[in-house]
Design a protein around this ligand. Sequence first.
Ligand code: ADP
Ligand code: MG
Length: 329
Amino acid sequence: MGRGFYVPWVFRMIKIENLTKRYGSVYALDDISLEIEKGEVVGLLGPNGAGKSTAMNILTGYLSATSGTVAIDGIDILEDPVEAKKRIGYLPEQPPIYPEMTVEEYLNFVFDLKKCTFDRKEHLKEICEVVKLTDVYKRIIKNLSKGYKQRVGIAQAIIGNPPVIIFDEPTVGLDPKQIIEIRNLLRILGKKHTVILSTHILSEVQAVCERIIIIDKGKIIANEQTSEITRAIEDNNRFKVKICGDRAKVLSALRDRSGIVKVEEEGSRDSDSALYIVETERGIDVRKTVFYACAENNLPILEFAPLGAELEDVFLKLVDKNLNAKSDR
Ligand code: ADP
Ligand code: MG
C-alpha cells in the first residue's frame, strides 16, 4: 500500500473513533481509535479476553458500543446500519450455520437473507469455486469436516461481494493442513477486499496480514506494518543454546568473548547437557562466536534458537518500547 505519501484514491474504509465497551466494571474495549484503508489486510492480534470479538461484533453492528463511533465506507453503523452492514461480510467466532441444511440450501438461504441482486446461480457458483465448496455443494453441512464447515462460513460471509470482510479467529480448531488452506484462501480474498482477521497466533498474522494491530485488555498496544513487528522480533539479542559438557567449562568458554554480554544456565540439566541463555550486544550476530568458542573447547551444541518469537515476548518488547519512548520525551 502507498503508506507514507498521499494517494488520492486510498481512503478510509473503516474509521473507529474512541470506541469503548464496558461490561459492568470490565472495559472490554477502552477508548480505541483506528483507521483502515481500502484494500488493506489487517490482523487483530491479542490473547484471549483482549477484546477482539467485542471489537468485531461492534464493527459489524451485532453489538452496541458504550461510547464512540464506527463508520464503514463513510457510513455510520448506528445512523444507517442497513447500508453499513451491506458493506461487510462477517464470519463470527461461532459461524451462523444451519447444520441440517445442505451447502446449496444454506447458501441460497443466505443469498435471500442478504437480498442479493446478483445472478444467483452464477454468483453462488463463483463463490463455491473460490472457497472450494463445489464438490460438497449437495451435502448436508453437519456431515462435513471442520475445515469444510469453515469454508461454508467463509462462503456466507462473501455472498453479495461486500468490500469489507471480517473473520474472527477463522483457523481455531482446524488441523494444520486445513489451517494452510484457509490461510491461502484469506490471502486470495485479501487481493479484492479489505480484510480484518483476528487471531491469538502471531505467525498467522505474519503469514497473512500487511498490518498488525495488537490489542491487550481492551487497548491498542501496537499498530504497525507486519515487517516492523517482524523486525522487532528478529532484532533479538537473546539465544537459547543447549550445550553438552561441564557447566564451569561452558561458562568460561563463553564469558568474556567479544559481543557476548551475559551467559546463564537455565532450568534443570539433563545428564550431560544443559540449556544456557546467551545474551549478546544489540545488533551483533554472535552465533559464529558461540559456535567456535564451544568447538574449541570440545563442547557440542545440541540446540541453538533465538528467544522470543512468542506473542508474550512481542508484548513485553512493545510495552517496553512504549515505556522507553515515553521516558525519552
Ligand atoms: P477476545 O475475543 O479477544 O478473546 P472478547 O472480546 O471475547 O475477547 O472479551 C473481552 C473481555 O470482555 C473479556 O474480559 C470478556 O470476559 C469480557 N466479555 C465479553 N463478552 C462479555 C459479556 N457478554 N458479558 C460480560 N463480559 C464479557
Ligand atoms: Mg474472541
